[in-house]
Ligand binder design. Structure first.
Ligand code: ATP
Length: 230
């Protein structure tokens, strides 16, 4: 279970963008989170993926409260999450080839030995031809780069996937292809999904359950929350 309990988060403690938000994703469940631009969806997605420390509230993963974010999160916690962001160009190192981008999490976790097997396997899964794997981000389209970013998110076989407007920059056929990849992975692995976006038609087709941002506030009662752990 991925539980977001009474989360308050943002960039200025005096004026948080996420206020007392609660949401739960069960293993194997797909949850779409809909909200208008600027409401704080990406910020919440980053907290859920252990990339941004909340001011208040708790993230509880499989019954265990999270006590560290980013590099302070234990490795097995961090690697349980695969994250895909809206803008692949901001989340991929421009100096690396697509193959190196996909391989990054394996190298960072001491599993470089798996690279020769896993990278071509993931490239096939996301529909990246071998000719593209040697190219760098500026030599491929947004859609091709997003395919590499999705492969990178899946390479460590995460138990939770956080997709933050994953398809916002993509055409309809690439959107359908990437959603299908996520769904095949979920069916095979039992991973849970939190897909954040503003495209109601897409999220309602994609996810078993879709929730509105405004429904999440104060859902567990009051804004007191729990003090965030260091
Ligand atoms: N790094 C940052 N520093 C300061 N403010 C930020 C930062 N990132 C986001 N914000 C602000 O926090 C608010 C919520 O942003 P967030 O990206 O979480 O919203 P969103 O719902 O995902 O929006 P969108 O759908 O447009 O991506 C916005 O007002 C934004 O300007």
């Amino acid at each position: 279970m991925l539980e977001l309990r009474s989360l308050t988060a943002g960039y200025d403690r005096r004026d948080p963008v996420v206020r007392d938000v609660s949401l739960t994703v069960a293993p194997g469940e797909s949850v779409g989170l809909l909200g208008p631009s600027g409401c704080g969806k990406s910020t919440l997605a980053r907290v859920a993926a252990l990339l941004h420390r909340p001011d208040r509230g708790q993230v509880v993963v499989d019954g265990e409260p999270v006590h560290g974010w980013r590099h302070r999160a234990p490795r097995d916690r961090r690697t349980a999450f695969g994250v895909v962001f809206q803008q692949p160009r901001l989340s991929a190192d421009p100096r690396l080839s697509l193959a190196q981008i996909v391989a990054e999490p394996l190298r960072a976790t001491g599993r470089a030995a798996d690279v020769p097997e896993r990278v071509p396997e993931l490239a096939r899964t996301v529909g990246l031809g071998a000719d593209l794997l040697g190219r760098r981000p500026h030599e491929v389209s947004d859609g091709q780069l997003q395919r590499a970013c999705l492969a990178r998110a899946l390479v460590l076989r995460p138990r939770w996937l956080i997709c933050d407007e994953m398809t916002a920059m993509l055409d309809a056929s690439t959107t359908a292809a990437l959603v299908a990849v996520v769904e095949e992975y979920r069916a095979a692995s039992g991973a849970g999904l939190l897909a954040v976006g503003h495209d109601r038609v897409l999220l309602e087709r994609w996810c078993e359950r879709t929730v509105e941002w405004r429904e999440l506030t104060g859902a567990t009662g009051g804004s007191a929350g729990h003090p965030a752990a260091e």
